[in-house]
Design a protein around this ligand. Structure first.
Ligand code: HEC
Length: 235
């Protein structure tokens, strides 16, 4: 049955107020779901905008793999330090399964797993992103497209940005500055009280964020600013 036809039927049933049970059409399994089908990333994973923020916020905290006194001599703060770091097989371009970086993320033993507890393990989609980047050759891709400042919905645009650049430090038992950024409500609170914008825009009186790394790009800042200006809604 055509979806329009069945919708029409459904409406007709309601409008005519007949006590009939309308049949709700169920799409057959395997039907593509339009806008929900993820676009394959045409240029592959971008080091600068996807991989680096993930490493900076989940691995390069002070006391972990930061530039000053990095654990095991491995600093995870730039492409160069990642590729020329302490170990030869930290990243094996083209082979995620042979790369130590992936192995430590998947480690079951909490004493060996990275990031170390109490930090939460990376999510499966974050690990998949790193694997895909390595399997694509672990290139130092910069200035990749991927930010569109005309799109500023919370779920599709703002949250993924914060997820990669901020949440690693702003979650768990001791979120940075006592500011958790995991749930919508937590993010909305700092969006509406001005601290989110003050921090990412590096305004006086706020701690500049993301901590210890470059300011977000002008496009990323525009996405956040427009979302806040539109009322910081859960859209
Ligand atoms: C490497 C860890 C780290 C990353 C990455 C990070 N933060 Fe922070 N954040 C902190 C710490 C620690 C503080 C407490 C203040 C300080 O030490 O500078 C803080 C403080 C804050 C504050 C309170 C600032 C104030 O002055 O009131 C906000 C808001 C904030 N961060 C938002 C963010 C956002 C948004 C991002 C991502 C764009 C981000 N942070 C990325 C560690 C981090």
């Amino acid at each position: 049955m055509k979806p329009f036809l069945s919708l029409g039927l459904l409406l007709a049933v309601f409008i005519s107020c007949k006590h009939e049970i309308a049949e709700i059409p169920v799409p057959p399994p395997g039907t593509p779901t339009g806008p929900n089908v993820p676009d394959p990333s045409p240029q592959g994973i971008c080091f600068e905008s996807e991989v680096l923020p993930l490493l900076l916020s989940n691995c390069a905290m002070t006391g972990c793999h930061s530039a000053s006194n990095p654990a095991e001599g491995i600093a995870l703060t730039s492409y160069a330090s990642l590729m020329n770091g302490g170990e030869d097989n930290l990243v094996v371009p083209g082979n995620a399964n042979a790369s130590e970086l992936i192995e430590v993320l998947l480690e079951d033993d909490p004493d060996k797993r990275m990031p170390r507890p109490p930090a939460a393990p990376l999510t499966q989609s974050q690990i998949d992103l790193l694997k895909q980047w390595i399997n694509e050759g672990a290139q130092n891709t910069v200035n990749c497209a991927g930010c569109d400042s005309t799109q500023f919905a919370f779920a599709a645009d703002v949250r993924p940005l914060l997820q990669s650049a901020c949440v690693g430090c702003h979650s768990g038992t001791f979120p940075g500055g006592g500011v958790p950024l995991s749930t919508f409500e937590q993010i909305q609170t700092v969006a509406l009280n001005g601290r989110l914008w003050g921090a990412v825009d590096h305004q006086q009186g706020f701690s500049p964020m993301p901590k210890n790394s470059a300011k977000l790009s002008a496009c990323e800042l525009a996405v956040i600013r427009k979302w806040i200006q539109a009322g910081a809604q859960n859209n």
